[in-house]
Design a protein around this ligand. Structure first.
Ligand code: SAH
Ligand code: SF4
Length: 344
């Protein structure tokens, strides 16, 4: 008999589920059945798993569990179809995810860590410091919980909630593999975006591993002096090092890299900054996602120069596309970078 008491099944990949079956003297193929129950049907009740032998169900119920992260609170936007979920982990920490429905799209913005160690000066998650990484189960549980709660099928997942996904690389990639597995959530790799503040060794690893999820880099500045102030790790991994690495990767117009640029009033939003940004990204097929800054409890303000900035960028651009991020769920502080829990 196994000694894995209270080990969560959610977060285990196919191989681990197969091993679990074999370890408990059941044939390996039940692993695939479990995988489908967990991640395709997202059934969290062992007794409902009709094709699993009763004896295996007993072993599972005694030795493992299927944990589902607890919804502590939900915030409904009055402006659009956005819900912010506040979840409580088993160690009583709070994390947030956001579900945004817009016509046929249902995008989840999920968290990868509790807090964040990168400490960007403009970000409220950064102000919390790092508490810990989420495990693969906790990443997937956010998605299962919202799937159970909202009828609309989930079409897109973005790792733009709390935390720096590349400082929790293994758990994030393992979650992405489960999400894109045809026997699991069966999402296309194109529907998953991982956003990083620029953890260079992990960007290199991601590229070397030929990972196919969409990569977004939070540039947020058009030169190093500015970026050093906003994102402290820029001193270690400056803009040119990140861009040189990116250039080695074959991003093309079908799979472009994305750069995020949060526009902050008087900090990074002048026309000169737009020109500087355009010349920085010259020759890189990419998308630039302009994010209007969401004011939190600090001195930074939303740019008043958004339109001029975008026009200038468009005037000087080479082969990139400029997009502006819609502000969803503003009234419930559901926007990027506003995710942080005061309750900590
Ligand atoms: N740690 C990762 C992913 C989470 S943050 C990263 O930094 O990329 C997701 C995005 O929200 C980043 O582009 C970040 O620059 C942006 N962001 C942080 N705080 C914000 C705020 N107050 N308003 C608007 N965007 C913000
Ligand atoms: Fe962390 Fe991203 Fe916030 Fe920076 S912007 S502190 S990397 S979550």
């Amino acid at each position: 008999m196994s000694s894995d008491t209270n080990i969560n099944l959610i977060g285990k990949n196919l191989q681990e589920l197969e091993e679990l079956c074999e370890k408990n003297n059941f044939p390996k193929f039940h692993g695939m059945q479990l995988f489908k129950w967990l991640y395709n049907k997202t059934n969290t009740s062992i007794k409902d798993m009709t094709n699993i032998p009763e004896k295996l169900k007993t072993v599972i119920s005694h030795n493992y569990n299927i944990n589902l992260i607890k919804v502590e609170q939900k915030f409904y936007s009055k402006e659009d179809d956005t819900i912010k979920y506040l979840f409580k982990t088993k160690d009583k920490r709070l994390i947030e995810s956001v579900s945004m429905i817009d016509d046929s799209r249902h995008t989840l913005c999920i968290s990868s860590q509790i807090g964040c160690s990168v400490d960007c000066s403009f970000c409220s998650t950064g102000k919390m410091g790092i508490i810990r990484n989420l495990d693969t189960g906790e990443i997937i549980e956010q998605i299962i919980s919202i799937k159970h709660n909202r009828k609309k099928p989930i079409t897109n997942i973005v790792f733009m909630g709390m935390g720096e996904p590349f400082l929790n690389y293994n758990n994030v990639i393992k979650a992405c593999e489960i999400l894109t597995s045809p026997a699991g959530f069966n999402l296309s790799t194109k529907r998953i975006t991982i956003s990083t503040s620029g953890i260079l060794p992990k960007i290199e690893r991601y590229i070397n591993e030929k990972q196919k999820y969409k990569l977004a880099i939070s540039l947020n500045a058009s030169n190093n002096t500015m970026r050093n102030q906003l994102i402290p790790i820029n001193k270690k991994w400056p803009i040119e090092d990140i861009l040189n690495t990116i250039k080695k990767y074959q991003f093309n117009k079908y799979k472009p890299i994305m750069f995020e640029y949060v526009l902050i009033n008087g900090i990074n939003d002048s026309s000169n900054n737009a020109k500087e940004l355009a010349s920085l990204l010259k020759g890189i097929p990419c998308k630039i996602n302009i994010i209007p800054y969401n004011t939190i409890n600090n001195d930074y303000k939303r740019s008043k120069n958004i339109e001029i900035f975008i026009n200038t960028l468009n005037k000087y651009k080479s082969n990139f596309r400029v997009l502006i991020r819609k502000n969803k769920g503003q009234d419930i502080n559901a926007a990027c970078g506003q995710l942080a829990t005061n309750n900590e």
